[in-house]
Design a protein around this ligand. Structure first.
Ligand code: GDP
Length: 534
C-alpha cells in the first residue's frame, strides 16, 4: 500500500499535459483523434468526424459553432497510455479565436506544433509558436501529410529554424516524399521503420524494422531510394544539429517527427517518443516563489471560463489547471483574490468525448467546475496557503475595436451586466475612452468573429440588441508611468486614451509608428504590448 505522499509523487510523474498548435487545416484535429485512438479512448478513429455529421464535434458547444462549422472553444481531453496520463488541451482552429488559444497555452507544460509538409510554417503557427516560446516550454514538431507530395524535408528544417528561430533536430527522416510515403528512418533507434496496414487510418499500423543497410529495405523501397536515404542520413549526422535533451526541455531545440496523421503513419512512434521526452508538471511561480507540484496542499489557477457548454442549462464552466496537491470532489478552497471560501461543486473532467464527474485529480490535470459567476481568468485557488497567487494570465492585445451600445437605452443595465460577464470570461475586452466627454464603451477583440459571438450572446442570453460601430484603431498598449494624468498626456492624431476593465490606462492607436512618437512626447512613459491580468 502506497502512502499518500508516494501516490501523489507518482501521479505527478506520470502526467503529461500539452497543447497542440497549428495553422488551420494542418491536421490538428486528425492528429488529436489519432492520439486518442492509440490511447484507446476511441475504438475507431474518424468517429469524431462522423459524429460531426450527426451531432456536433467534440468541442462544438456553441450554436454559433454549429452554424458556422468552426470550432470556437477549446476542449480538454484525457487518456491513459502505457501508465502515462495524457492531457491534451485542444484549441480553436480559427484564428479569430486565437486569444483563447493563447490562454490555453498558459496551462500546458509542452506543445506539439503540427505543420503541413506542403505548406511549411504558416502565419498562425508562427503566432502561436511565439506564445510557447515566451514560456520556454518544450515544443515538439509533427510534420504532417507526408502521404502527399510536399516540400523537401531539408527545406522544411531550414524553414523552421529560420522563420521560428529555433533549432530543429529530426528524430526520424522520411522515406518517399513525393506522395509515396513508405516509412521513416528512426535516428534515435538507428533503425528503419517501414509502415504497413493502417487501413486508411482506421486502425493502428505496424512496422517492419531493421538496420538501414539491410538488403530487405533495398527490396522494399527500391535501390535508388535506399541509396538516397543512406546519403541523407549521413549528411544529417555530419552537418545537422546535435541531439540535446536538456535543450529540448528548455524549448531551444525542437525534435521533429515526420508522419501522416490521416494514414496513421508515424503517429504511434511520435506518441511514444513524445511521452518519453516531455516534462511532467513542473513547478509554477507564485510571487517569486516556486510551488512544487508534489506539494501536499491543493493549488490551481483558472485559465478559461466557458459559457454555454450545455445550452440547455446555460451553464458556465471555469477551467482550472491543477498545480499542486490532490483535488477531491466536494473540497473547499480559498479564492486568493478575495479570500472567499468556496465549495467546488460539480467538478467535471473531460475524457475523450464524454464529461464525467471527477472524484480526484492531480497536478497537470484540467478540471471544469460549475461557475455561478465567482471566478475570473487568472484566479488562484488554494486549499490552505492564502499567500499563493499564481502569475497572471497575460491579456493579449486586441486588434479590432468597436463602439458598442444597447439599441434600447432602457436596457443599459442588462447590457452592462452582459458585457461585464463576457469580459470576465475573456470573450471580449472592455475599454472606456477618456476625454471624450460622454460615457462610452469600446469593445476590443483579437478576431472579428468575437464580435459575432458578442452580438449573439447578448441577444440570446441577456435579451439585449446592440449596435456596433467599427473603430479605426488596430492596436493597444498599456501605459506605464509614475503618475498618469490624462489631461497632460500628449497624443497623436491617430490615438486616444482609454482605461481597461481593470482600471489601467491604455493607448488605442492606428499606426505602428505611433508608439515611438507618443513615448517621445511623454517623457517617462513606456508602452507595453501585453498586460498581465490581476
Ligand atoms: P485542423 O484544421 O488543423 O484541425 O485540420 P484537420 O485535422 O481538420 O485536417 C484538415 C484536412 O486535412 C482534413 O481534410 C484532413 O482529412 C486532412 N488531413 C489531415 N491529416 C492528413 C494527412 O496526414 N494526410 C492527408 N493527405 N490529409 C490529411
Amino acid at each position: 500500500m502506497k502512502t499518500d505522499d508516494e501516490k501523489r509523487i507518482n501521479e505527478v510523474k506520470r502526467r503529461r499535459t500539452f497543447a497542440i498548435i497549428s495553422h488551420p487545416d494542418a491536421g490538428k484535429t486528425t492528429l488529436t483523434e489519432k492520439l486518442l485512438l492509440f490511447g484507446g479512448a476511441i475504438r475507431l478513429a474518424g468517429s469524431v468526424k462522423s459524429r460531426r455529421a450527426q451531432k456536433h464535434a467534440v468541442s462544438d458547444w456553441m450554436e454559433i459553432e454549429k452554424q458556422r462549422g468552426i470550432s470556437v472553444t477549446s476542449s480538454v481531453l484525457q487518456f491513459e497510455y502505457e501508465n502515462h496520463v495524457v492531457n491534451i488541451l485542444d484549441t480553436p482552429g480559427h484564428q479569430d479565436f486565437s486569444e483563447d488559444t493563447y490562454r490555453t497555452l498558459m496551462a500546458a507544460d509542452n506543445a506539439v506544433m503540427v505543420i503541413d509538409c506542403a505548406k511549411g510554417v504558416e502565419a498562425q503557427t508562427k503566432k502561436l509558436f511565439q506564445v510557447c516560446k515566451m514560456r520556454n516550454i518544450p515544443i515538439f514538431t509533427f510534420i504532417n501529410k507526408m502521404d502527399r507530395a510536399g516540400k523537401d524535408p531539408f527545406e522544411l528544417m531550414e524553414e523552421i529554424e529560420k522563420i521560428l528561430d529555433i533549432e530543429a533536430y529530426p528524430m526520424n527522416w522520411p522515406v518517399g516524399t513525393d506522395g509515396n510515403f513508405k516509412g521513416v528512418y528512426n535516428r534515435v533507434k538507428s533503425q528503419m521503420e517501414i509502415f504497413e496496414g493502417g487501413h486508411h487510418g482506421q486502425a493502428k499500423t505496424s512496422a517492419i524494422t531493421g538496420k538501414i543497410e539491410d538488403e530487405v529495405f533495398g527490396d522494399l523501397m527500391g535501390e535508388q531510394l535506399h541509396q538516397q536515404l543512406m546519403e541523407e542520413i549521413e549528411l544529417l549526422d555530419e552537418a545537422g544539429n546535435e541531439y540535446d535533451h536538456k535543450r529540448i526541455l528548455k524549448g531551444e531545440l525542437t525534435p521533429v517527427f515526420f508522419g501522416s496523421a490521416m494514414t496513421n503513419f508515424g503517429v504511434q512512434p511520435f506518441l511514444e517518443s513524445f511521452l518519453e521526452l516531455t516534462l511532467p508538471p513542473a513547478p509554477r511561480i507564485s510571487k517569486e516563489e516556486e510551488i512544487e507540484p508534489e506539494r501536499k496542499d491543493f493549488t490551481a489557477f483558472i485559465f478559461k471560463i466557458q459559457a454555454n457548454m450545455n445550452p440547455a442549462h446555460r451553464d458556465r464552466i471555469a477551467f482550472m489547471r491543477i498545480c499542486s496537491g490532490k483535488f477531491h470532489k466536494g473540497m473547499s478552497v480559498y479564492l486568493s483574490r478575495n479570500q472567499k471560501k468556496i465549495k467546488l461543486a460539480q467538478p467535471q473532467q473531460f475524457f475523450a468525448q464524454d464529461r464525467a464527474t471527477v472524484e480526484e485529480a492531480w497536478p497537470g490535470d484540467i478540471i471544469g467546475i460549475h461557475d455561478p459567476g465567482l471566478f475570473q481568468i487568472g484566479d488562484t485557488l488554494t486549499e490552505k496557503d492564502l499567500n499563493i497567487e499564481y502569475k497572471g494570465i497575460p491579456v493579449f492585445p486586441p486588434e479590432h475595436f468597436s463602439r458598442v451600445a444597447p439599441v434600447d437605452t432602457m436596457k443599459r443595465k442588462q447590457f452592462i451586466k452582459g458585457i461585464q460577464q463576457l469580459s470576465e470570461e475573456g470573450a471580449i475586452q472592455i475599454f472606456k475612452p477618456l476625454n471624450t466627454g460622454i460615457e462610452e464603451i469600446f469593445v476590443g477583440v483579437v478576431g472579428n468573429l468575437q464580435f459575432e459571438v458578442l452580438e449573439y450572446r447578448l441577444t440570446n442570453e441577456y435579451n439585449v440588441q446592440i449596435k456596433m460601430h467599427s473603430l479605426p484603431y488596430r492596436h493597444v498598449r498599456w501605459i506605464e508611468t509614475e503618475k498618469f494624468e490624462a489631461e497632460n498626456f500628449s497624443l497623436t492624431m491617430d490615438s486616444i486614451l482609454a482605461i481597461d476593465d481593470f482600471g489601467a490606462p491604455v493607448l488605442l492607436y492606428q499606426n505602428e509608428w505611433t508608439v515611438e512618437k507618443v513615448e517621445d512626447r511623454n517623457k517617462g512613459v513606456v508602452l507595453h504590448t501585453i498586460s498581465e491580468r490581476n
